[in-house]
Design a protein around this ligand. Structure first.
Ligand code: FE2
Length: 242
C-alpha cells in the first residue's frame, strides 16, 4: 500500500502560479472552442499549480479582431463556470496584441485592456517583424504601459540578428518565453533561442500559450523531465508579481 503511494508519480508543476499567456476564453480565437473545453484547460492549469490566470486571446487584424466587448463577454462566461465549480482560480483578462494596423487603431481609440500592473502582451507576425517595433515599444511606454514581447524565440527572422533581443530588452521591453518552446514542441531552433535567452538572463516570464489538449500533453511531459530541471536552474521569473 505505502509502496504504491511512494511509486505514484508526482503531478508535474509549473515554475509559477500566475499564468500570463493562454488562449482559454471560449470561442473567440483558435484556443478553447467552447466553455466545456475552456474548463478542461483551466482544470489542467490548476493541476499544474496555477492559482491566477491572465487570459490573453488573440487580437489580430483580419483573423481575430476581438474587442473589449467580445473578450469581456467570453471572460464572464468562463468566470461563471469557474465560480460554479468552486475552482478557486483567479481569472483576469487582457489580450495578446499583434502589432499591426488594427492594434494602432486600438491604441488611438484608447481601447487597450492592460494586464495587471499595466503590462501589455505584444507579438510580431511570424512572417515579418513589425516595421518599427522599437518606436512602438517607446510609444507604449510613453502611454504608461509596460510591454512584454510574447515568445521572442519564435521569430525566425531575428535568429541571425540577435542584437535586436538585447536592444529591445535594454529598452525595457520584457520577454515572455513559451514553455512549449523549451519543450521542443515547435522546432529545434526555437528551443535553442529560448535556451540562449535564458543563458543571457533575458527571460522575464514563462507562459504556457495553452490553446488545446495537445499543448497540455507536451507541457506535462516536459515538466516531468530532466531538461525542465536543467532549464530552471538559471531563470528568475516575474510571473507571480503580476
Ligand atoms: Fe498566444
Amino acid at each position: 500500500m505505502f509502496d504504491f503511494f511512494k511509486r505514484r508519480r508526482r503531478i508535474p508543476q509549473l515554475p509559477y502560479t500566475t499564468e500570463v499567456h493562454c488562449h482559454i476564453l471560449p470561442g473567440i480565437d483558435d484556443g478553447a472552442r467552447d466553455v466545456a473545453h475552456a474548463i478542461q484547460l483551466v482544470y489542467q492549469m490548476k493541476e499544474w499549480g496555477v492559482e491566477k490566470i491572465v487570459a490573453t486571446p488573440h487580437v489580430t487584424e483580419a483573423s481575430f479582431e476581438n474587442t473589449p466587448q467580445t473578450i469581456e463577454a467570453a471572460q464572464a462566461q468562463l468566470r461563471q463556470e469557474i465560480d460554479l465549480g468552486k475552482l478557486g482560480i483567479e481569472l483576469c483578462h487582457s489580450a495578446e496584441y499583434r502589432m499591426d494596423d488594427n492594434f494602432l487603431g486600438i491604441l488611438e481609440r484608447n481601447e487597450i485592456i492592460p494586464m495587471p500592473g499595466n503590462h501589455i502582451l505584444i507579438e510580431n507576425s511570424f512572417l515579418q517583424p513589425f516595421w518599427n517595433i522599437k518606436g512602438l515599444v517607446f510609444d507604449l511606454q510613453m502611454r504608461g504601459l509596460s510591454p512584454i514581447l510574447a515568445h521572442p524565440e519564435r521569430y525566425a527572422y531575428y535568429y541571425e540578428e540577435k542584437n535586436i533581443y538585447t536592444e529591445l530588452h535594454e529598452q525595457g521591453c520584457e520577454f515572455q518565453v513559451n514553455i512549449l518552446s523549451l519543450a521542443g514542441y515547435y522546432n529545434k531552433r526555437a528551443k535553442e533561442i529560448a535556451e540562449w535567452l535564458i543563458s543571457k538572463h533575458m527571460v522575464d516570464y514563462l507562459g504556457s500559450d495553452l490553446h488545446n489538449n495537445h499543448h497540455a500533453q507536451s507541457i506535462s511531459k516536459y515538466l516531468s523531465g530532466k531538461e525542465f530541471i536543467r532549464h530552471m536552474r538559471n531563470i528568475h521569473l516575474k510571473n507571480n508579481a503580476l
